[in-house]
Design a protein around this ligand. Structure first.
Ligand code: FAD
Length: 326
C-alpha cells in the first residue's frame, strides 16, 4: 500500500535526535497527501526502540532486526532498507540527513533507479510534491520535483522540522527480518571514532558571543574576545573560523559542533546557514550583527544590528564597560 516510510537512525541502541525531526516531516507529508505514515528502525535487537516510536501518532513501526545489522555497514543497511521499501510499497522514503544516511541512502535510491533528494528543509504538496533545498550556503532556496515512477527518497536536514510537533499515539510494531548474506558485506568494521573530550562546555553557558567569517582575519578575533570578556560571555564560532584554526574546534556551534541554548547568543559576522542555525536557534534571545540586511541570521534574530562589526563591536564594548562602571 502507498505510504510514507521514515527510516529512523539509532546507534548503539540510542536514537539519533534527528530521527524524530525526519518523522515529523513524514507525518506532515502523510497528512497533506492523505497517506499512512510508517517508521522503521534498523539494527540488531532494536525491537525495544521500535516500541518507543509506537508512542507517536503513526500507523506502524518496523523493527528491522538482523545480526549482520548490529554494526553499521552500507552494504547491509542498503540491502535491508531496499527489502523493506519493496515489502511496504512505500511511495516516499524519508531519512534524517545524518552522516550514516549520506553514506548509504543514495545507494538505496539507485537500487530503484531513483535519486536521493538530500538536505531537504521543507516540503510542499500543492500540485506535485516539491522538496526545498538550500543552495549557496543558505543564500537561496531551490525547489526540486522528482520525475518518473517509483518511490521518492529524501533526507531531511537537521532543525528543519520540529520533533515536539509529533502527537502522541499508539502504533503497532511489526517485525521485519531481512535476508542478508555475510558475503555481501565488503567493509570491515573498526571501533567507532570517539571525539576527544571537550575542555569547553558551551552548552552550559548563559551568554555566548559567537564570531563568523565576517571577522575576516585571525588577527581580528581579539575584538570579539574583548566583547565576550566585557559581557562575561563564552566565546564561540561558526565552522569556517574553527576549520581555519582561528579558534579551537570545541568552540564551534552548529550541526557538526555544539548545540547551545544560552539566555543571549550574539552572532557577530555570521550569515546564518542552516547548519549554524540548528546549533543555536534554541537560544532565549538572539542578537545578530551583520552588514548584509538580507543575511538569513536576521530571520531568527530577536535583535538585529545592520552594520560593520568593526564599528559596532568596539561601540558595544565601550557601552558594556560604561554600564558596568555606573
Ligand atoms: P559566511 O557564510 O561567509 O558569512 C559571513 C557573514 O559575515 C556574512 O553574512 C557577511 O554579510 C557578514 N560580514 C562580512 N563582513 C562583515 C562586517 N565587516 N561586519 C558585519 N558583518 C560582516 N557551519 C557552522 O557554523 N557550524 C556547523 O556545525 C557546520 N556544520 C556543517 C556541516 C556540513 C556537513 C556542512 C556542509 C556545512 C557545515 N557548516 C557549519 C558550514 C555552513 O554551511 C556555513 O558555511 C557556515 O556556517 C558559514 O559561516 P559564517 O556565517 O561564519 O560565514
Amino acid at each position: 500500500m502507498s505510504s510514507v516510510l521514515v527510516v529512523m537512525e539509532q546507534q548503539g541502541g540510542k536514537w539519533h535526535r534527528m530521527s524524530w525531526e525526519a518523522l515529523a516531516c513524514g507525518v506532515e507529508l502523510g497528512k497533506q497527501l492523505g497517506l499512512p505514515v510508517e517508521a522503521a528502525v534498523v539494527g540488531s535487537g532494536v525491537s525495544g526502540l521500535a516500541a518507543e516510536a509506537t508512542t507517536k501518532d503513526i500507523s506502524k513501526v518496523y523493527a528491522v532486526n538482523h545480526a549482520l545489522l548490529e554494526h553499521y555497514t552500507s552494504d547491509a543497511f542498503t540491502s535491508a532498507v531496499e527489502q523493506l521499501t519493496k515489502q511496504t510499497g512505500a511511495s516516499f522514503v524519508l531519512f534524517p540527513h545524518t552522516y550514516q544516511v549520506r553514506d548509504f541512502a543514495p545507494k538505496v535510491a539507485t537500487r530503484f533507479g531513483r535519486v536521493l533528494v538530500s538536505d531537504v528543509v521543507s516540503v510542499r504538496t500543492s500540485g506535485a510534491v516539491t522538496f526545498v533545498r538550500q543552495l549557496f550556503q543558505g543564500k537561496m532556496n531551490a525547489d526540486f520535483q522528482v520525475a518518473g515512477t517509483g518511490p521518492t527518497f529524501a533526507s531531511i536536514q537537521a532543525g528543519a522540522f520540529r520533533a515536539d510537533s509529533l502527537a502522541a499515539g499508539s502504533a503497532a510494531v511489526s517485525e521485519f527480518a531481512p535476508s542478508i548474506e555475510a558475503s555481501i558485506i565488503r567493509v570491515k568494521v573498526d571501533a567507532p571514532f570517539r571525539e576527544s573530550s571537550r575542555a569547553v562546555d558551551l552548552t552550559a553557558a548563559e551568554l555566548i558571543v559567537s564570531v563568523g567569517r565576517g571577522i575576516k582575519d585571525k588577527d581580528n578575533i581579539h575584538i570579539v574576545q574583548e566583547l565576550a570578556a566585557a559581557m562575561g560571555a563564552e566565546l564561540a564560532a561558526s565552522r569556517p573560523i574553527c576549520d581555519a584554526g582561528w579558534l579551537p574546534m570545541e568552540r564551534q556551534v552548529g550541526s557538526s559542533g555544539q548545540t547551545v541554548s544560552p539566555k543571549v547568543y550574539m552572532a557577530v559576522g555570521i550569515s546564518g546557514a542552516i547548519q549554524h542555525l540548528v546549533g543555536m536557534k534554541g537560544s532565549k534571545a538572539i542578537v545578530a550583527i551583520n552588514k548584509d540586511e538580507n543575511a538569513p541570521i536576521f530571520e531568527v534574530a530577536d535583535y538585529g544590528i545592520i552594520g560593520d562589526l568593526f564599528e559596532v563591536v568596539p561601540a558595544l564594548i565601550a557601552e558594556v564597560k560604561k554600564a558596568k562602571n555606573s
